[in-house]
Design a protein around this ligand. Structure first.
Ligand code: SAH
Length: 244
């Protein structure tokens, strides 16, 4: 088996935030697989086969990628941000578990800048103290699990990065998450809505949690709920290095 498979992160949007390692893998690839909008971010060139697919096709896409690599192709599976954060790297390993004969393949995970870090950098330093990340999509886990994690994260006073806050098919979850945090006594917290970070449509807005509305977020938004100590300085917000 002389093929290879890289699972690569394209970063949050800006070309300048793609690592040189990922650029090199893209330049050496024969095949690119991924969710169509991410594949569209890879410039086409002669000899490069693009395999865009639907968002819900993760396991199938992972299996296809492994098969192509086993056939000797140099395959790159692309994710936005980092491939290990709510993305394709886990799907590839899940497919690999079901196909032990492919476990000798040359597989690499190439990190990228995840949305949470790009959003935090453009807002200031809201993740400067302890934090956690929660995916608000209940496509792959029950809503009760999300609620429990939100509850405990609030109790522990983590800053909380919320991925996938809201979509057309899940219009209500984010409002419930905000209500839960309000009920947990977090109304005073600063909440950052970071939309389309590092693209021309970037918009960053910070409000108190009690003033946050569900329609302030969509699928291109990363939400950061600050910890108790997070505060404003000029046009930035930051979490101090010291906490109680
Ligand atoms: N693997 C990706 C996350 C995939 S989940 C990563 O590491 O960033 C998709 C979610 O990521 C979106 O719903 C949104 O919450 C967030 N996201 C991705 N790119 C973003 C960007 N440029 N600006 C703001 N949020 C983004």
């Amino acid at each position: 088996m002389t093929g290879s498979l890289s699972i690569a992160g394209l970063g949050p949007g800006d070309q300048a935030l793609i690592t040189p390692e990922v650029s090199a893998a893209l330049a050496a690839a024969t095949d690119i697989l991924g969710y169509a909008p991410y594949v569209a971010r890879v410039p086409p060139r002669e000899g490069l086969v693009l395999h865009p697919s639907d968002n819900r096709m993760e396991l199938q896409r992972a299996t296809d990628a492994l098969r192509l690599a086993a056939e000797g192709r140099h395959v790159v599976v692309v994710s936005s941000g980092d491939p290990g954060v709510f993305a394709m790297a886990s799907a590839v390993f899940e497919a690999l578990e079901a196909a032990p004969h492919w476990q000798g393949l040359a597989i690499r995970v190439l990190p990228g800048i995840t949305a949470m870090l790009a959003a935090a950098a453009h807002a200031g330093a809201p993740l400067g103290h302890d934090f956690c990340a929660i995916n608000l999509s209940d496509n792959l886990k029950p809503w009760s699990t999300i609620e429990k994690r939100l509850q405990l994260a609030a109790e522990a006073d983590f800053a909380i990065a919320l991925y996938n806050p809201r979509s057309a098919s899940r219009p209500d979850g984010f409002g419930r998450a905000l209500a839960l945090l309000n009920d947990a006594g977090h109304g005073d917290r600063l909440v950052i809505f970071a939309r389309a970070v590092s693209t021309p449509e970037e918009r960053i807005e910070t409000v108190r949690l009690r003033d946050a509305r569900p329609d302030m977020a969509d699928m291109r938004t990363l939400v950061i709920v600050g910890n108790a100590a997070m505060r404003r300085v000029g046009r930035w917000v930051y979490a101090p290095r010291h906490a109680r």
